[in-house]
Write a protein that binds this ligand. Sequence first.
Ligand SMILES: NC(=O)C1=CN([C@@H]2O[C@H](COP(=O)(O)OP(=O)(O)OC[C@H]3O[C@@H](n4cnc5c(N)ncnc54)[C@H](OP(=O)(O)O)[C@@H]3O)[C@@H](O)[C@H]2O)[C@@H](O)CC1
Ligand SMILES: Nc1ncnc2c1ncn2[C@@H]1O[C@H](COP(=O)(O)OP(=O)(O)O)[C@@H](O)[C@H]1O
Ligand SMILES: [Mg+2]
Length: 279
Amino acid sequence: MFLMQILTDTILNQTIRVRPAESHKGTYGRVCLVGGNDHYGGAIIMATEASVYSGAGLNTALTDPINFTSLHARLPEAMVADFSNQADLTSLVTAANTIVIGPGLGTTDQSRQVLDAVFKLVTPAQTLIIDGSAIDLVAQNQLTLPVAHLVFTPHQMEWQRLSGIKIADQTDDANRVIRDQLNGTVVLKAHRTKIYTASEIYLNSVGTPAQATGGMGDTLAGMVGGFTAQFADQDQAVLAAVYAHSRIADELAEQQYVVLPTQIMHELPRFMKRHQALE
Ligand SMILES: NC(=O)C1=CN([C@@H]2O[C@H](COP(=O)(O)OP(=O)(O)OC[C@H]3O[C@@H](n4cnc5c(N)ncnc54)[C@H](OP(=O)(O)O)[C@@H]3O)[C@@H](O)[C@H]2O)[C@@H](O)CC1
Ligand SMILES: Nc1ncnc2c1ncn2[C@@H]1O[C@H](COP(=O)(O)OP(=O)(O)O)[C@@H](O)[C@H]1O
Ligand SMILES: [Mg+2]
């Protein structure tokens, strides 16, 4: 039996540290974000931008070259590389602390080749966030997962595809069985997102239907990337990212009918300053 833990503001000041003066960009982690085909460029732009605004020190998008100009135009802080260039893919994935794969990746043969190449390179010390299309590709092809700190971020339909559990039957007990088989943290996204770690279940009791708009999950994936790259405790980093994403949305929704993903990420630097570790 697992007791459900309810996330509160405490997770933020437990996780978000005050930046040490003696530090540089390398101190705050390297994130490689993989996705964005010729159809879904916005998804990888949002994920990458969310990682940058979370404070990760170095961020690179591995994407279709068609997205280079648009990504740079709004986000000069990030680097870009072609996800079909094997040499670039190898060096960037190898250098990363955290890899985020899936936002807008698509499920074509090319998407599958990129996913296979990344899975081959990932090592046990790295954190791998598997989102969106990457979840669908794993489910469709029953892919073998690499050994790493795995974090899955499915919405309920993606979880149905990956776990085989119908949305109506997605109970904690059923979800835990599959979580254990996957051997990774599962962030099951819904109106009230639940996070299944190796030992606990957490309920995200904040969040608003004002968040129900395309790109909201791509943004969360980028935030989880940025938080896990910077903050040592990987479970806490995931929990803090999920909670902050919804908590910022709730604040904006006091005045707004809909909250855009980009508005949430742009609040992050101020929000994180307000909620950093208590001194
Ligand atoms: N700007 C961009 O580039 C964007 C790119 N994107 C990229 O698109 C790719 C595909 O991702 P996707 O999520 O759009 O499609 P898919 O996996 O088919 O899921 C939709 C199906 O699931 C069902 N459903 C049931 N419960 C649900 C729930 N709780 N939450 C959500 N859905 C739920 C839902 O039911 P219905 O709406 O019919 O009621 C529908 O049948 C992926 O790579 C992503 O990154 C998007 O992020 C958008 C912005
Ligand atoms: N009604 C809602 N209440 C609270 N949060 C919501 C609601 N609808 C969507 N969200 C949040 O928005 C995000 C949607 O993720 P996802 O479906 O992957 O979006 P996308 O793939 O379009 O970026 C999740 O974090 C989910 O919890
Ligand atoms: Mg999604």
